[in-house]
Design a protein around this ligand. Sequence first.
Ligand code: TLP
Length: 346
Amino acid sequence: MKRKIIDLRRDTITLPTEEMKQFAFQAPLGDSVYGEDPMQNELESLAASLLGKEASIFLPSGTMGNLVALLTHTTRGDEVILEENAHIRTSETGGIGAIAGLMVRTLRGEDGAPDPDDIRRAIRPQDIHYPRTRLICLENTHYRYGGIVPPLEKLRAIKRLAEEAGLRVHLDGARLFNAAVYLGVPARDIAACADTVMISLSKGLGAPVGSLLAGPKDFIEEAKRYRKMLGGGMRQTGWLCACGIVALSPENIARLEEDHRNARLLAERLAEIEGLSVDLSRVQTNFVLLHLHRKDLAAHRFVELLQERGVLATPVSASLVRFVTSREVTREDILEAVEVVKEVLR
Ligand code: TLP
């Protein structure tokens, strides 16, 4: 019997639900570039209110949302402080340099955010020789550290020091709702640690496409110009935005808890297997980072062997493998995947 494919590579594989499709197909449409798409207008208001911001704009991707934020907050040659492994620096094709023309000052923060004292020291004094420190970028959940949630108090301290220093804060909240569900707080409480926030609809929330950038009204007005400049004016967006409205429903947000439970189950079962380890304290949302301790088996080979047996994962380094849970995998799939891992290691 052919095995079902159990796809644990990413949460971006999620397909729209029946409810999204039904809602999308009856959605009224209009030209969003002129503010005439009713669904886009509704989605933008909904996101702004969930994030506690004055306004928001819909964009085709998280990468464009972050880039528009960078362009709107800064002037070419400014410096941005970022956690060393932030997605904006590592995985957005260098747009921060190539398009926004910004200097990057990286600081390490193993819990997902740089230390406030390190940030304080990194802020440039006024001097004709120096670039101007303008912006701090945060990320929650932190992608490269395995979907971890930096402590809220730390983010609040960063926001306070930014205000004192006259800096702005942008939050890459591609998985902000995962963080909110993990902490048991409304997303707006985390969003309050930043002036502007980008959220993705197309990851665990399951919409096919789209992100939102939220912030103060005048900032969002300016951001609309950069969205247009980058080609993000998408005309009749209503079908996509209707899916986004369902994605942001309270039930759909609460459902993320199921992905977190599945990740925890996977992590706990994998941690019991000899030759493997998982830092369970860092399995907080829908990611599991698995450490392979076998000299005879590199991560990429291990992943190939899993794939031959229908389980998809991502090798991250020679000894590290990433698994991501989503609506597309059930508890039964997780238990099945654990059996496949055992089979491969035998
Ligand atoms: N991450 C992608 C890849 O780029 C690795 C993924 O598969 O999850 N911020 C964070 C923290 C992200 O994880 C991502 C996507 C983005 C921004 C960019 O979003 P998109 O893919 O919509 O441009």
